[in-house]
Ligand binder design. Structure first.
Ligand SMILES: Nc1ncnc2c1ncn2[C@@H]1O[C@H](COP(=O)(O)OP(=O)(O)OP(=O)(O)O)[C@@H](O)[C@H]1O
Ligand SMILES: [Mg+2]
Length: 510
């Protein structure tokens, strides 16, 4: 029996949605199985069923040939099934060790910290991870937190590991470390289900790939027997362009002028050490660099969410440094934040509330006293259509949207110029395609380009160098709190870009 998991005829309804429609899926021992599909295709739902978070309406689950019922994650873990969700579920104020043993009965009343600490360190080391079990979780990078989540499962002897979009929070270097560890786990005979939107990752790591579309499995194939365009076509149901032909518009006046901007990070360390950057109207400026070099602080200062310690940010000659977020919005700055779930969605409010949480106070949606719901609903309908947000109704709660549809919702809110029906002067887009399927990514790229044509200046933060080169008019490299180089796509080769990202100045930073 080589099959670790076999799901047969899984059906799962949510109000108004058939999330899983008679799904068959198998996972073999020693296999890395990629699970692909558009936003809302039903991937997370299927895995939540295998992990015992949801009960299927019908269908059967077999683990190593044995028919079983899983009614909670606790059951799943006992059966050797573990899942790492996109949003980590660790307790920041506890140590790595405490997080790992939390809920484990086996450790008994008297905890032998020294022994367990040694076991965890050894386990981590066997996968090439260097961690200190006594470090606090709040001190860890996203990559390290993910390692702890995996260690928690491995420490409980999980043989079936589910990773839901694990690379969307990782830097390139962290991805490489993760992939090596996963390959090692597969060699040990574990089975790994790997959800992703990135086709290159499917080819880098998986043995087989399954594509889901609208709740159904479209195909399962050996990865070596398919290619990117075939998979893309299965996912979206039409051919997909992998590169965008971008007509260059002539940039005009400045949308934003940033001078000698300095700011501290949350730990009180100087994270922006004098940023100088100009984005013109009609221009897309991509900012690339290793995550954690000040990108987050930069966008937060521009959006008014973080204090500037020194320097200026000019929009139409007005210095917005240290202005309130409301004032900055009124001046025409749209902000697409990183990690929408954490910062910019109210999960328990409806879609329409989330769409209008800023605009409801402004004309034409309010006359200053009363809210015009009719107008709001009409506009909301239009946005849902234009941004292709898939959901049963406008009064669905935001938390029941799939990850990618949430991102579309934020784009709709931030880009549609709801306030005063104007297009934004400046769009600050921080990692706007993270977690999006290829169809939606294409949509975001097109939308940003369209806004740049209409006159918006766009500051586009990305971890994906190729993406930045493709859609930007100029690309700035950020390192250690400064812009260390700025160039036009095609002017500089990849090797030089790599050097700049490591902090070596090879082209002038003007
Ligand atoms: N708890 C829930 N309540 C209501 N509807 C839900 C719930 N969870 C998922 N859905 C719906 O089920 C469908 C499938 O969602 P799912 O999260 O499985 O998609 P996905 O393939 O993981 O997408 P993504 O790539 O965007 O994460 C979507 O239409 C979603 O809105
Ligand atoms: Mg999902």
């Amino acid at each position: 029996m080589t099959e670790l998991v076999s799901l047969k005829g899984i059906v799962k309804h949510f109000p108004g949605v058939l999330a899983n429609d008679n799904v068959d899926f198998t996972l073999r021992r020693g296999e890395i199985h990629a699970l692909l599909g558009e936003n809302g295709a039903g991937k997370t739902t299927l895995m939540n069923i295998l992990y015992g978070l949801y009960r299927p309406d019908s269908g059967e689950i077999y683990i190593e040939g044995r028919r079983i019922e899983i009614s909670s994650p606790r059951d799943a873990i006992k059966l050797g099934v573990g899942m790492v969700h996109q949003n980590f579920k660790l307790i920041p104020s506890h140590t790595i060790l405490e997080n790992i043993i939390l809920g484990l009965k086996e450790v008994g009343f008297i905890i032998n910290y020294k022994k367990i600490s040694e076991e965890i360190r050894k386990l981590a080391e066997s996968y090439g991870w260097r961690i200190n079990p006594n470090a606090y979780v709040w001190q860890l990078t996203a990559g390290e937190k993910q390692q702890v989540e995996l260690l928690k499962l491995l420490y409980r002897d999980a043989r079936i590991l589910i990773l839901d979009e694990p690379t969307s929070v990782l830097t390139l270097q962290e991805c490489r470390i993760l992939f090596q560890a996963l390959k090692r786990m597969a060699r040990e005979g574990k089975g790994i289900i790997f959800i992703t939107h990135k086709l290159d990752e499917v080819f880098a790591i998986s043995d087989r790939v399954t594509v889901m579309r609208k709740g159904r499995v479209v195909i399962t194939k050996e990865t070596s027997k398919t290619d990117m365009s075939e998979l893309a076509q299965y996912m979206v149901g039409r051919p997909v362009l992998f590169s965008i032909q971008k007509e260059r518009t002539q940039p005009s006046g400045e949308a934003i002028i940033i001078k000698n901007l300095k700011a501290f990070n949350d730990k009180g360390v100087l994270a922006l050490k004098g940023v100088d950057l100009v984005v013109k109207k009609n221009e897309i400026v991509g900012v690339i660099g290793v995550t954690g070099n000040g990108q987050q602080e930069l966008v937060e200062v521009i959006a008014g969410l973080r204090k500037a310690a020194e320097g200026s940010i000019l929009i139409d000659g007005i210095n917005i440094a240290n202005s309130s977020p409301d004032r900055i919005i009124e001046l025409g700055v749209a902000y697409i934040p990183p990690e929408p779930l954490k910062y910019s969605i109210a999960p328990n409010l409806t879609i329409v509330d989330n769409l209008f949480m800023k605009a409801y106070r402004y004309k034409p949606y309010s006359n200053g006293i009363l809210i015009n719901w009719k107008k709001i609903y009409k506009k909301a309908d239009e946005l849902i259509k234009n941004f292709q947000i898939i959901s049963p109704s406008l009064s669905t709660k935001a938390k029941s949207l799939s990850g990618g549809n949430l991102q579309r919702l934020i784009l709709a809110r931030e880009l549609s110029g709801l306030i005063g029906d104007k297009i934004p002067k400046l769009i600050v887009a921080a990692y706007p395609t993270k977690g999006l399927d290829i169809g939606a990514t294409e949509f975001v790229h097109k939308t940003l380009i369209e806004y740049s044509r209409k006159g918006s200046g766009i500051l586009f933060i990305s971890e994906d160098i190729e993406e930045a080169l493709m859609i930007s008019d100029r690309v700035a490299v950020m390192h250690d709190g400064r812009i260390v180089g700025i160039f036009k796509p095609g002017e500089v080769d990849m090797e030089k870009i790599g050097l700049m990202m490591a902090g070596v100045q090879v082209v002038p930073a003007i």
